[in-house]
Design a protein around this ligand. Structure first.
Ligand SMILES: [Ca+2]
Ligand SMILES: [Ca+2]
Length: 98
């Protein structure tokens, strides 16, 4: 089963829909040693960075203190440029729920 997932991920990354911008930008941003691949370590670092940013944004924009950003709060953050557009749109296959 795990192997199946790896195959799917590989195919997805290799397909034109995924091969372009997104992957390149991920590499540009997170491939810190420049070997053209995101290693587990780099992935962890990326995840930590994203989490940290998310936590900071949350802290700043969670007006009603419920621990998450509702639509209005998220919009405020986005308008201020503190929330990347692609976040909160569920484009990462529901990855925003963690
Ligand atoms: Ca690397
Ligand atoms: Ca809130």
């Amino acid at each position: 089963m795990k192997k199946f997932l790896v195959v799917v991920a590989t195919v997805a990354l290799a397909s034109p829909a995924f091969a372009g911008d997104r992957r390149e930008r991920a590499l540009e941003r997170w491939d810190t040693n420049g070997d053209g691949e995101i290693s587990q370590q780099e992935r962890d670092a990326a995840k930590a960075e994203v989490e940290e940013k998310r936590a900071a944004v949350l802290e700043q924009y969670d007006e009603n203190g419920d621990g998450k950003l509702d639509r209005e709060e998220r919009q405020a953050a986005r308008e201020a440029g503190d929330l990347p557009d692609r976040e909160g749109r569920g484009r990462r296959g529901g990855g925003r729920h963690r």
